[in-house]
Design a protein around this ligand. Sequence first.
Ligand code: SF4
Length: 178
Amino acid sequence: MLPSEKARSKKDHSVTTAAPVAAPAPAPTDPIPGPGAPIRLRPHHVLCILTFLGKGYTPGFTVNMNAVVRRLAAGAEIEVVTGPDDICAPLLVEQEQPHCHRESVTARDDRAAADVARLLQTPIQPGARLVLTAERLRQLRNAYAAGPLRGACSGCDWSDLCAAVANAGFSGAVLQIP
Ligand code: SF4
C-alpha cells in the first residue's frame, strides 16, 4: 500500500491529519461491470471492503469503490481474480505506477485468500464465485475484529485505521447487508 498521507485518506480521517477525499458526483464512465455481471475482486480486497468508510485515494477511486461496495451489498456475485480488479481499475488509469502490481500486494492477496477460504469454507482462487451474504459478512467482520483475518494486513499503512474501524464495530462502514 502507499505510504503517503494521501493513501491514508481512504479511511476515517478522525485519526489522521490528511484532508479527506469525499465522494464527488459519479464519474462519467463507470469502470465496474454492468448489472448482472460479477464484481471482480482480488482476495485482499475482500478485507478492505469490510472497513471502507467511503473515502479513498482519489475522487475517481472513491466513487468507484463506493459503487463496488453498494453492488456487493445488493447481492452482486464476486468473481475472485488475480492482480488488479474492479476496485483497482481507476488507479490503473490515473497513475503511471499504481501499487496494484507490486509483489507485496500479490503476497497480501495470497494470505487473504488462504485466510478467507479457511474461514468461509469456500475456495478463494481465480475464477471462484461467491455472494457476500449477511451471514458471511458477519463471519468476516467477527474474524477481522478478533484478529485471525488481519494477517494479510501486516505492513499495510492503513492497518491501524482498519483496526480502529473494527474496534468501533464497523460503525460508518459503507458495506451493510441487512
Ligand atoms: S489494513 Fe487490511 S483491510 Fe485495511 S486497507 Fe490494508 S489490506 Fe485492506
